[in-house]
Design a protein around this ligand. Structure first.
Ligand SMILES: Cc1cc2nc3c(=O)[nH]c(=O)nc-3n(C[C@H](O)[C@H](O)[C@H](O)COP(=O)(O)OP(=O)(O)OC[C@H]3O[C@@H](n4cnc5c(N)ncnc54)[C@H](O)[C@@H]3O)c2cc1C
Length: 385
């Protein structure tokens, strides 16, 4: 196997502590979280105490000022633990960076330390019933009225939505200008007129509180605007490479985990009086899957290096997102097949991994949209490119 060169001994020590946390504080509760459809807020506070939230934020905002590789470790270990209930990655590495990069000092001081301690849970609300891939057609508005914005509209499919204490809302501040009239505003769950709809029942990610959100004349102080008015789309584009890499990092880690569970299974399982592992089909299939996972691992690690050097472009990150999430789905499907009927049983980790993996091809920009981005970078603009 090609050795990984990204991590130092400190990262590996951190990895051990995340692994222990997953065993002690996450696994014992995960079945219950999946049944209830959300995780207990308690685990967020415990994660905060351990320094697992917003660890790449500077210390003055409650983080550890750590490099992004610590966040990579967290994502990999969550995947390895087969946990899909915790929305930590979105909270720490999508919502918090928007606040940090574009928020006014007063906003950062107000929210980031509480996000790092797990007192407040963050979400980002882009998608609407009529606007997912086509974010330009967002209908939610944030109209300036003196020192406030009046926010109206609704959002759907929002990760951490039901538990959220603060939400970055993508809204039109100048609806006539389309994408160029889009802004990002921070809505606090304590604001009047903000309400949460039902938790959405999903085929996977069952412990994650994906929800609808509603905004009915919510008065948001002008200081809650991120960056400059009407620049929201530019900010969304700037954060894309890291957001897409997060899906790729989880996808490769989950594919590797699925292969390791399957190797264990085929060694134990006997068919026709012999271990399942002794059949050529089993060995060849797992050899193929391990090869593909290895190719993906090397590509993703290189993308992470480029990201750390601030050289990763959106098209390459889109390649990583699309290709690894497709691969993850295929690998998990093949691994499930090798489990036979047991692979279809919920008590086997591969069953949960199978339903959880599907969404990776849809969220964070669908894989079709990734191909749009990649082809545009090749000078192949479509009718709308
Ligand atoms: C579990 C879950 C969690 C999510 N979390 C969040 C969240 O936290 N915040 C948030 O804002 N959103 C979230 N989403 C929403 C997610 O980002 C969208 O579902 C996704 O972007 C696709 O949008 P859509 O569902 O409206 O599909 P559509 O845009 O309606 O797409 C339907 C199909 O058309 C294809 N298509 C669309 N446009 C093109 C094109 N130009 N060329 C070719 N094919 C195209 C798509 O690829 C897809 O196959 C989440 C979704 C899920 C399922």
């Amino acid at each position: 196997m090609i050795p990984r060169t990204l991590f130092t001994a400190e990262h590996e020590t951190f990895r051990d502590s995340v692994r222990r946390f997953m065993e002690a504080e996450v696994k014992p509760h995960d079945e219950r979280w999946q049944e209830q459809g959300y995780v207990d807020k308690d685990v967020w506070r415990k994660a905060g105490e351990h320094g697992f939230l917003c660890c790449s934020m500077p210390e003055e905002y409650g983080g550890a000022g750590a490099d992004k590789l610590y966040s990579v470790v967290l994502m990999e270990e969550q995947a390895r633990a087969n946990n899909s209930s915790l929305g930590w990655g979105l909270h720490s590495e999508i919502v918090a960076p928007y606040l940090y990069h574009y928020g006014a000092a007063v906003l950062k001081k107000k929210y980031l330390p509480k996000m790092a301690s797990g007192e407040m849970i963050g979400a980002i609300a882009m998608s609407e019933p009529g606007a997912g891939s086509d974010l330009q057609s967002v209908k939610t508005t944030a109209i300036r009225n003196g020192g406030r914005y009046l926010v109206n509209g609704s959002k759907t499919f929002i990760t951490n939505g039901w538990n959220a204490d603060l939400v970055i809302v993508v809204a039109k501040t100048d609806p006539a200008k389309g994408a160029k009239g889009t802004s990002l505003v921070v809505v606090d769950s304590s604001m009047k007129g903000f309400s949460k709809g039902k938790r959405l029942k999903k085929m996977g990610l069952k412990g994650q509180d994906t929800a609808e959100l509603f905004f009915d004349n919510v008065e948001v102080p002008a200081e809650n605007l991120l960056g400059e008015e009407n620049n929201g789309f530019i900010y969304l584009m700037q954060e894309l490479p890291w957001e897409r890499m997060q899906i790729a990092i989880g996808a490769v880690a989950k594919a590797e985990a699925a292969i390791s569970w399957t190797v264990d299974y085929v060694r134990e399982r006997k068919v026709f009086g012999k271990p399942l592992a002794s059949f050529q089909n089993t060995r060849f299939k797992l050899a193929e899957l391990a090869t593909e996972a290895q190719v993906a691992r090397v590509f993703v690690d290189r993308c992470i290096e480029l990201l750390l050097e601030k050289k990763l472009d959106t098209a390459t990150a889109s390649m990583a997102k699309y290709w690894t999430s497709d691969l993850e789905n295929r690998i998990i499907d093949e691994c499930l097949q090798l489990h036979g009927g047991y692979g279809y049983m919920w008590e086997f980790p591969i069953a949960r991994a199978y339903v959880d993996a599907r969404v990776a091809r849809i969220y964070g920009g669908t894989n079709e949209i990734m191909k749009e981005v990649i082809s545009r970078s090749m000078g192949l603009g479509g009718k709308d490119g």
